[in-house]
Ligand binder design. Structure first.
Ligand SMILES: [Mg+2]
Length: 271
């Protein structure tokens, strides 16, 4: 089993699973968006990373999922499992980093839970809103659409600070045919978008962060740029990287050569 086969088995139980956020209808004029993301010591950050950076990253990962739907984040819940080395000073800095980013986007901290375990674990849940029926999904890409990214790629070795692309996400409402954020690497995330849309993707060129290799841009993950498609001729921000084509759903080529999926899969990294 890998992450995708596992999530597919969950989707058979509940078909609303599968996008960057769950889209929940509400009685008002807006749909609600919900997302939740773990940030775990040793997996998502190293023990020596500053607490404020960890707080920023934990929140930024969930805000990026709201951006991927074109939404506006509203409320945030932060749940923590403290480790034996989590002291008061560290915790204060963590919340300083987290709340600074929340305040920048007008998001209210609304609660959470606290427990303890062997390493620091944090889960950030964000609730957002979007105009009814307007959420950007992964499933709308069609052959002939242009594939875009919101910025150059290079993966976690080259990406210092995550900037959730909320403004760009909102600009894509009514324009992008499909959208998601790049968390596990372009090769795996574009495969997921293409699979959800029942199409294939032909990449032509990939913009690289200075010093990054093509392999890192394809496979390393944690870029947190948006990956989206739009009809040719639709004016959208970002950098064109290829075209959606007919073919076996989920297959990707770069300059005509097959691109294997080597992005990050938590099921493969358990030992
Ligand atoms: Mg995502």
């Amino acid at each position: 089993m890998n992450e995708d086969t596992f999530i597919n088995s969950l989707r058979r139980r509940s078909p609303i699973i599968g996008d960057d956020c769950a889209v929940i209808a509400s009685p008002g004029a807006k749909d609600l968006l919900f997302t939740t993301d773990f940030t775990i010591e040793g997996i998502h950050f190293r023990a020596k990373t500053s607490a404020a950076e960890v707080g920023h990253k934990a929140v930024a990962r969930s805000l990026s999922d709201i951006a991927a739907m074109g939404g506006t984040p509203r409320y945030c819940f932060i749940s923590l499992a403290l480790s034996p080395s989590t002291n008061d000073r560290w915790l204060n800095s963590f919340y300083r980093g987290a709340t600074r980013l929340l305040e920048r986007h007008g998001v209210k901290l609304a609660g959470g839970d606290i427990s303890h375990t062997s390493v620091f674990v944090c889960d950030v849940m964000v609730c957002g809103t979007i105009a009814k029926g307007q959420a950007l999904l992964r499933s709308g890409a069609r052959p002939g659409d242009v594939i875009y990214v919101s910025g150059p790629l290079g993966g976690w070795r080259h990406k210092r600070t995550i900037v959730p692309r909320l403004e760009i996400g909102r600009q894509l409402i009514g324009k992008a045919t499909a959208c998601m954020d790049i968390s596990d690497g372009l090769s795996l995330d574009l495969h997921r978008l293409a699979l959800a849309s029942g199409v294939a993707a032909a990449l032509e060129s990939i913009p690289l962060i200075k010093g990054a290799s093509l392999r890192q841009a394809l496979d390393d993950g944690e870029d947190y740029e948006l990956l989206y498609t739009a009809r040719r001729g639709t004016h959208v921000p970002g950098i064109g990287i290829g075209t959606i084509v007919k073919g076996k759903p989920g297959t990707i080529t770069l300059s005509g050569r097959p691109v294997p999926q080597r992005g990050y899969d938590h099921f493969q990294h358990r030992s």
